[in-house]
Ligand binder design. Structure first.
Ligand SMILES: Cc1cc2nc3c(=O)[nH]c(=O)nc-3n(C[C@H](O)[C@H](O)[C@H](O)COP(=O)(O)OP(=O)(O)OC[C@H]3O[C@@H](n4cnc5c(N)ncnc54)[C@H](O)[C@@H]3O)c2cc1C
Length: 286
């Protein structure tokens, strides 16, 4: 049986390359100062979807919500083997917290009628790991988080191994299902030369500056990255953007970790007791 897989991909600032300009004066992220990359665990989610397609057939669609520049990660998904790409972009998405983000993404995924939805476990910028589970909730489908391996996929049933941190669980459920995938799951394939040549001209309508002739030409060649806004998604505006975001940021603090020397702890029961006492007094634990 062939499966329709939808992979959620977030374009994120490369948090490994933080410089002095990474923060604006008001404490918000200066995205312009950081290179934008494919969220690492979304590469693992994409690889899992591509392996499903390799084994069972079907289709892999990559979906990203973000600024128009997020088309870069969608092109990369096409280079790596995705069949189709959708960019959800709209100024009214700005200021969306995870609840609004997952609502907007759910409107897009519903249009794609997926058997299996795959997300990374966590994005390296927001870091909440909330979007996958919230998206499953809004789609009304089963979710399996921390997926390390698909053990079996047959007809409308999937069995996966999930990593619980101190062990593993094997979980079986009916499709449709949403999986959040961890980086231990696989080694993502690199872009293939054939796919790169085929898709290097793939563009969104915005990148073609709305030129109707060029849009039609790319559509006929299967090279148009779909671009959906909130009107197309028939999204309820009360759940989008600032209005749909109950999270309020009260204060942003710059945390500087400064080492104050080291302390040798004796490897004895007394040494450990002293250390635990000190950590409790410091309010580090307890
Ligand atoms: C009050 C508030 C205002 C905010 N305003 C803005 C803003 O104006 N602009 C802005 O860019 N961010 C904004 N954010 C951040 C935004 O809410 C998060 O980036 C977003 O909800 C994803 O959360 P996360 O990064 O924790 O992802 P996680 O939950 O850690 O991501 C898990 C997985 O979900 C999927 N996923 C997550 N986000 C996306 C996406 N956008 N597209 C496709 N797949 C995705 C990926 O597969 C990812 O691996 C705001 C946040 C708050 C709290």
């Amino acid at each position: 049986m062939a499966y329709n897989c939808v992979v959620l991909i977030k374009q994120v600032p490369d948090t490994k390359r933080i410089t002095g300009q990474a923060m604006n004066e008001d404490g918000t992220v200066n995205r312009a100062a950081l290179p934008a990359i494919f969220n690492p665990e979304d590469l693992n989610a994409l690889e899992m979807a591509l392996q499903i397609k390799d084994t069972c057939g079907g289709k892999v669609t990559a979906v990203a919500m973000g600024l128009p520049a997020a088309s870069d990660v969608l092109r990369e998904a096409l280079f790596r083997g995705a069949d189709d790409a959708v960019l959800v972009t709209d100024r009214r998405c700005a200021a969306s917290d995870t609840l609004a983000t997952s609502y907007i993404l759910s409107c897009a995924v519903k249009k794609l009628k997926a058997d299996i939805v795959l997300c990374g476990r966590q994005a390296i910028d927001g870091d909440t790991a909330q979007v996958g589970p919230q998206l499953a909730e809004k789609l009304g489908i089963t979710q399996i988080t921390y997926v390390e391996e698909i053990k079996e996929l047959k007809d409308d049933e999937i069995s996966v191994k999930r990593n619980t941190g101190n062990g593993w669980q094997q979980v079986k459920t009916k499709l449709p299902v949403l999986l959040t995938v961890i980086d231990e799951a696989n080694t993502p394939r690199v872009a293939g030369a054939k796919m790169l040549m085929k898709n290097k001209k793939a563009r969104t309508p915005a990148e073609l500056e709305g030129d109707a002739g060029k849009i039609k030409e790319l559509e006929q060649k299967g090279l148009l990255i779909k671009q959906w806004d909130l009107d197309f998604l028939e999204a309820d505006m009360q759940w989008c953007g600032r209005d749909g975001s109950p999270t309020k940021v009260h204060r942003i603090q710059s945390v500087v970790l400064a080492a104050k020397g080291t302390k040798q702890i004796e490897a004895t029961q007394d040494g450990l007791n002293d250390m635990i006492h000190e950590l409790i007094v410091d309010h580090t634990i307890g």
